[in-house]
Design a protein around this ligand. Structure first.
Ligand code: ADP
Ligand code: ADP
Length: 232
């Protein structure tokens, strides 16, 4: 099944001579329980595509779907609720709360939503990202890679339909980046999570099931199972 979809998605910034067509008609399906990477040079529209499909920004025209829901039909409030209840986000900056422990940071989205965690699932995710021994630590007591693993767990624990990741390894050294990508890959293989990741790094993309190549706001190519170079 399809977790998210864009149909003739267009996004234009500015007007007239100054108009930038960040998305110039993108149609794509993001399959459920797969790890899709969006690649392309800087300025090709990767972040814009992800942000519009994830409901963080609005298209100029065309449609963006999460499941069967077309995002332009939602009010601002309903869009916020859809993001909170159905989506997870991992960014280059981990955005952890410095005064909360790793466990409290991981549980924060559920706490804010007033929901009780599924402890079995929590334990499985924490094991998958190898944080079992670090749950009581504050972010300042964790390495960059450990902090990003906390951010990965925070995105996965509420069982979102889709996790969107924008350059999740961009701030990490390459070895730590590989570790994070392996954990994201395991989350797809072991828990059936759906992940959409923006990256300009071919090695990062090799952890995905499916790579989309963007140039000048259009999809110019795609590749299934790019296993080259993958270190697991
Ligand atoms: P990528 O993620 O591939 O680097 P972006 O989606 O960030 O590409 O940007 C695509 C194009 O849209 C670029 O030319 C960028 O400068 C432009 N752009 C992105 N966001 C804005 C914005 N908020 N205002 C104006 N132009 C923007
Ligand atoms: P990325 O390449 O990952 O999009 P950027 O540093 O290009 O990262 O963009 C960071 C933020 O700035 C994004 O939210 C993007 O929408 C916005 N942005 C990018 N280009 C422009 C621009 N020309 N004018 C205004 N905002 C922009």
């Amino acid at each position: 099944s399809v977790a998210a979809r864009a149909v003739d998605a267009r996004k234009t910034y500015g007007e007239g001579d100054a108009a930038v067509h960040a998305l110039a008609g993108v149609t794509v399906d993001f399959p459920a329980q797969e790890f899709t990477a969006i690649m392309g040079p800087s300025g090709s529209g990767k972040s814009t595509l992800m942000q519009c499909v994830a409901g963080l920004d609005r298209l100029t025209s065309g449609q963006a779907f999460i499941g069967d829901t077309e995002l332009s039909t939602l009010s601002k409030t309903d869009l916020t609720l859809l993001r909170r209840d159905r989506l997870g986000f991992i960014f280059q900056q981990y955005n952890l709360i410095p005064t909360l422990t790793a466990e409290e940071n991981i549980l924060l989205p559920l706490t804010l939503a007033g929901e009780d965690p599924d402890r079995e699932w929590f334990d499985q995710i924490v094991r998958t990202v190898n944080l079992t021994d670090r749950l009581g630590n504050l972010p300042s007591q964790l390495s960059g890679g450990q902090q990003q693993r906390v951010a990965v767990a925070r995105a996965l624990v509420p069982r979102p339909d889709i996790v969107f990741a924008d350059e999740p390894t961009g701030a990490l050294d390459s070895r730590t980046g590989i570790e994070i990508l392996s954990f994201m890959r395991r989350a797809v293989d072991e828990t059936g999570q759906t992940i959409v990741m923006v990256t300009h790094d071919p090695h990062a993309a090799s952890y995905s099931n499916n790579v989309l190549f963007l140039a000048d706001g259009q999809i110019i190519d795609s590749m299934a199972d790019p296993t080259t170079d993958r270190v697991l």
